[in-house]
Design a protein around this ligand. Structure first.
Ligand code: NAD
Length: 303
């Protein structure tokens, strides 16, 4: 690490995603009470994947905390695609349900694209349906359901930079449909100049080093080193990687080598406690807004 590079910049700050998420949830609770809304979220889990079970439990808990109707459907591992599609059809018609989330990954006998496309776009609170991806891609953000993780990243960036995103060079590392691509679209919509770096990019560190904003969504522990980062950049770490530490204990690390990158940055998200809690908060926000739209209220909260 080059500590001299850090000497001229202000004390970097670690972005508290837990506090930011709790603020969003408080605003949602206040809206739910003020508008007398009862947003309904249906979460479908197929099988018993331990990580997915934890995610689903956390989503259910948050939904209840927000004052939503929260329904969880636990289907067996052997569920056939037609059975899952039939449940989605029912939920599409259910007036109490405004948001439908099918936890991924699905068992191999089920095609995830068929499932995502079966969800009514106005209930697609994950924002993965083609029509929502298309709306985001064409800049029709007001009508789009935007994927929760990139939306949470944008919220954190606005917390640090305010209106200062305009003209910034943002480098997004990763080109997945769930994080990288929608993140790039959101940043472009917010007037950033955007570069996407991916697995086939030549010398990604040289591109990354030009960035005012770095969003890493790769899934490789500590891929982004200090020499990838320009002084004063803002770094958002989406990666969640389970690793075994030297003491034999298991823990989570991000895609950014946080200890060494931190001194160079203006602000950085930690793992855990950064983007993760925001993802769930944004799911609640999308569900609230879906309910508000179905009640013909204006989308009540935005990032
Ligand atoms: P993905 O596997 O679908 O995509 C990874 C992307 O990284 C690919 O586009 C690939 O081109 C790129 N990539 C691979 N190797 C690379 C390299 N050496 N250099 C540059 N790019 C490279 O993963 P994803 O679903 O986008 O998730 C990425 C990470 O974010 C994972 O760790 C995942 O667990 C995490 N994640 C976190 C949240 C959250 O709420 N915090 C949500 C979704 C995903």
């Amino acid at each position: 690490m080059n500590s001299n590079r850090a000497s001229s910049i202000e004390q970097p700050h670690i972005i508290d995603g837990v506090a930011a998420a709790s603020n969003v949830v408080e605003s949602i609770k206040a809206k739910v009470q003020a508008e007398k809304l009862r947003p309904g979220l249906a979460v479908v889990l197929v099988g018993r994947d331990p990580a997915s079970s934890v995610y689903v439990r956390n989503k259910k808990r948050r939904a209840e905390e927000c004052g939503f109707l929260s329904r969880q459907y636990d289907l067996p591992e052997a569920t056939r695609e037609v059975e899952l599609l039939a449940l989605i059809r029912d939920l599409n018609q259910d007036p109490e349900i405004h948001g439908i989330l099918v936890q991924l990954p699905l068992p191999p006998q089920i095609n995830p694209n068929a499932v995502i496309e079966a969800i009514a776009p106005n209930k697609d609170v994950d924002g993965f349906h083609y029509s929502n991806a298309g709306r985001l891609g064409t800049g029709d953000i007001e009508q789009a359901m935007v994927p929760c993780t990139p939306l949470g990243c944008l919220h954190l960036l606005k917390q640090v930079l305010g209106d200062g995103l305009r003209g910034k060079h943002a480098v997004v590392i990763g080109r997945s449909n769930i994080v990288g691509k929608p993140m790039a679209n959101l940043l472009m919509h917010n007037d950033c100049t955007v570069t996407i770096v991916h697995s086939r990019t030549v010398e990604p560190q040289n591109i990354c080093r030009q960035a005012d904003i770095v969003v890493a969504a790769v899934g490789i522990p500590k891929l982004v080193k200090a020499d990838w980062i320009k002084e004063g950049a803002v770094a958002i770490d989406v990666g969640i990687n389970r690793v075994t530490r030297t003491n034999g204990e298991s823990g989570l690390v991000g895609d950014i080598d946080c200890d060494n990158v931190l001194p160079l940055t203006t602000a950085i998200t930690p793992v855990p406690g950064g983007v993760g809690p925001m993802t769930i908060a944004m799911l609640m926000l999308n569900t609230l807004n879906a309910a508000a739209r179905s009640n013909r209220l204006a989308a009540t909260l935005t990032v």
